[in-house]
Design a protein around this ligand. Structure first.
Ligand SMILES: Cc1cc2nc3c(=O)[nH]c(=O)nc-3n(C[C@H](O)[C@H](O)[C@H](O)COP(=O)(O)OP(=O)(O)OC[C@H]3O[C@@H](n4cnc5c(N)ncnc54)[C@H](O)[C@@H]3O)c2cc1C
Length: 466
């Protein structure tokens, strides 16, 4: 008998889950309510797609495992993405000072527009598997609290039921999964929101002549001063463009949409490097502003009994303050867990869905802790305030980051965790603890760690008269 899997949502989590399912199902149908563009274009269903999307090494490594016969890294680079080694290709001002740059590159992240990333991943999955995409909005799940048997959907021809042997909800942060579960008789889902009131503002610029190899520049928000967070970064994207993304928290940190105020905001950050870089650059778009970037978590791994044949991944499961660049990697890590369990137990393995949900919760927990333990310090954050555990984690993390500004072992531990190539336990390895307790062997850098050539480029671009 033919086995059909249905995936709700053709975003990153949905396409990667579909790739995993394609190895065991006879038919994989991805349903999306949106018209999906044929090229790397922005679409309505992905409003966050206008803002910076850093793909961390851990997320990329998971993707490499998921799509048969494709090196996703090479595929994305060929499509125009940039590769940034965290150790040598980035200048970042943290709340504890500038991170030094090292000869050893460290983990690499990819930068490009979200439109390019989704288009390239979708294309790779469609070209290398039997997965098909259908335009339809899912209305609810069918089945019982013991087992999901399909979905009810609305399409151009009207409403219909689509039976399925397996269903993945990857419908993003607006997922109606809690309501859908209630429809099956499951109404004990615990949820939590921690909201720093983050606002994102992004504008694209033409990369100025001669600045193509300038490192990614980032000024991070400082949660520990009792003031709203303000941050900014310039990252290279496809098509010889810079994406300039600003983010700030509730109560005065919010970045503006007015172009002049946008530039002023960058110059008022604790270091004006972002503003100096773009002060003479040619803007290619308006400033796009978005809200709704809270940390939100659904503790589905705690629901008992969890229905067979239903898995929830990506933003439908949890969202994080995007400043930490983790959502897509968590989605990819979750899809990899699904793939691993499917290979071991097949589509119909008893308890498989619950096992995937519990395994996916591990990377959610890691990302959640990283984001929330900092967000609770911003004034006006709703849904959480620093507790005893946060104070302890914060004291250690701050000391570690201070050490990382001048110690390769500490910096490398930080990059591994940030890039989700290892779990947070890496920060407690004896070598990292020792380095942290000893403090940075090198003194703090006085300014952005630029080469002489890069300093010349910055000076040449700067129209601020500083
Ligand atoms: C401003 C901002 C910046 C970010 N920056 C980063 C970053 O730097 N790095 C990073 O890793 N992450 C980042 N993220 C997070 C990242 O955007 C998400 O984690 C990622 O999009 C999750 O993918 P997804 O597939 O789960 O959901 P989505 O990409 O939102 O896809 C959901 C899909 O489901 C479809 N859909 C919804 N409802 C239905 C329905 N009922 N029926 C059918 N289809 C439906 C939608 O049309 C959409 O195509 C950022 C987020 C924001 C808001």
């Amino acid at each position: 008998m033919s086995r059909r899997a249905v995936v709700i949502g053709a975003g990153l989590a949905g396409m990667l889950a579909a790739a995993a399912l394609s190895t065991v199902a006879d038919e994989v149908v991805v349903l999306d309510r949106d018209d999906l563009p044929d090229g790397p274009e922005h679409r309505r269903g992905l409003p966050q797609g206008r803002h910076a999307h850093l793909l961390m090494a851990g997320g990329l490594a998971s993707m490499e495992d998921l799509v048969p016969g494709v090196s996703m890294g090479k595929h994305l680079l060929a499509a125009g993405a940039h590769e940034i080694p965290l150790g040598s290709g980035m200048v970042a001002l943290t709340p504890e000072g500038w991170l030094r740059r090292w000869r050893r590159p460290g983990p690499r992240m990819l930068t490009c527009t979200r439109a390019l990333l989704d288009w390239a991943v979708r294309g790779a999955v469609l070209d290398n598997t039997g997965v098909v995409i259908r335009k339809a909005r899912v209305l609810e799940l069918t089945g019982s609290r013991e087992r999901v048997t399909g979905v009810r959907l609305s399409a151009a021809a009207g409403d219909e039921e689509l039976p399925a042997d397996f269903v993945v909800d990857a419908s993003g942060r607006g997922s109606r999964i809690v309501t859908w579960l209630a429809g099956l008789g499951i109404d004990d889902v615990r949820e939590k929101t921690v909201d720093a009131g983050l606002v994102n503002a992004t504008r694209l610029y033409r990369t100025p002549e001669g600045a193509g190899r300038f490192p990614l520049a980032m000024v991070q928000a400082d949660p520990y001063q009792g003031r709203p967070g303000r941050s900014g970064m310039v990252l290279p994207i496809e098509g010889d463009r810079w994406m300039v993304s600003l983010a700030g928290t509730r109560g005065g940190g919010e970045p503006p949409s007015d172009p002049d105020a946008f530039l002023r905001y960058t110059l008022d950050l604790p270091d004006p490097i972002v503003g100096r870089l773009i002060s003479g650059a040619q803007p290619l778009t308006d400033v796009h502003v978005s809200r709704s970037t809270s940390n939100h978590r659904r503790y589905l791994e705690r629901v008992r009994p969890w229905p067979e044949r239903l898995v929830v991944l990506g933003d439908a499961l949890a969202t994080f303050n995007p400043a930490y660049g983790q959502g897509m990697s968590v989605a990819a890590l979750g899809a990899r867990e699904l793939g691993g369990e499917l290979r071991r137990a097949g589509l119909a393995g008893p308890g498989l869905a619950r096992r995937v949900q519990r395994r996916a919760a591990r990377s959610v927990q890691a990302a959640w802790t990283m984001a929330v333990s900092q967000d609770v310090w911003f004034p006006g954050t709703r849904g959480g305030s620093p507790g005893a555990a946060d104070r302890l984690v914060t004291a250690y993390t701050r000391r570690m980051i201070r050490t990382a500004t001048g110690s390769y072992p500490a910096a490398s531990a930080l990059w591994d965790v940030m890039s989700m190539t290892t779990g947070p336990a890496r920060l407690l390895r004896p070598s990292t603890v020792l380095a942290t307790l000893s403090g940075p062997p090198l003194p703090p850098a006085a300014g952005a760690p630029l080469t002489q050539e890069e300093r010349e480029i910055l000076k040449g671009l700067d129209r601020t008269g500083r």
